[in-house]
Design a protein around this ligand. Sequence first.
Ligand code: 1HE
Length: 277
Amino acid sequence: MPYQRARMTLPDFLPAQGLLAHLTELQVSAAGAVAHIRLNRPAKRNAINEALMQQLHTALIHLPASAGALVISGEGPHFCAGLDLSDLSDRSVAEGIHHSRGWHAVMDALQYFRVPVVVALQGAVVGGGLELAAAAHIRVADASTYFGLPEGQRGIFVGGGGSARIPRLAGVACMTDMMLTGRVLDASEGERRGLVQYVVPEGGSLAKAVALAQRIATNAPLSNYAVVQALPRIADMAQSDGLFVESLMAAIAQGDEAAKQRLADFLQGRAAKVLKT
Ligand code: 1HE
């Protein structure tokens, strides 16, 4: 099957001996080539406790090879209320560092995941919730979405990679303002400032995220891999280094069978044109 991936069913999913049953803080499913991880602590506004973070990592590393894209969403009216503040009490400095480094490992696993990650947002996307969203590749907000970094008010600092990722989306000045003044951005401000790429009517973010993920999963796997792995690294490099890596990546992708077939399809009039949708 050239463009279509094998259909994935739940038994293929997280095959490692009943792991699914242990993912108490998540709902994990798959439809076609799109895997879906839903944060599932709606009573706590999907606040991220230790279990949720560890389970997210477990789910990521066990996604089957047949997944071509991943959607992450949150159950209930809010995407994620950030760090579970009841986890914070009585942590030593050393424990604080290890906790933050643990979050970094999971966020890195997401940012440098094998396949593109689309996140569907609604309601509160605050603190660690925004850090999580920032580690994904495409962010879709609905009209109810709002973004905040209340760490300043809580007497803490971002610890889930937000200081590295959020300024790359929205700029240092925007993040500084959000952290110092507690400024909350609504969905359209978030879009204007680059925090999200799409805003849809209230209740529509998951459907839009799934539709985007389905489309992404039809791309050649190596092209998607280059976008999620090479692009952010090249953006961090000096220009001459980045251009060299770009040439290598371009040659690798071009040499892949999927690229050859797609080019032949286009030249023989069998491929879709670039059309405005
Ligand atoms: C929580 C959390 C949480 C809700 N940790 N329990 N994050 C924050 O500072 C955000 C704190 N949360 C809020 O501001 C609000 O809860 C929301 C705006 C997200 C939602 O408001 P609302 O009115 O819909 O819900 P609620 O009534 O405030 O919360 C429902 C329950 O969830 C309630 O518990 P209950 O037992 O009284 O029902 C809340 O206590 C609980 N809850 N958010 C723990 N965050 C690696 S560093 C990252 C640093 C950060 O992420 S700092 C930002 C932390």
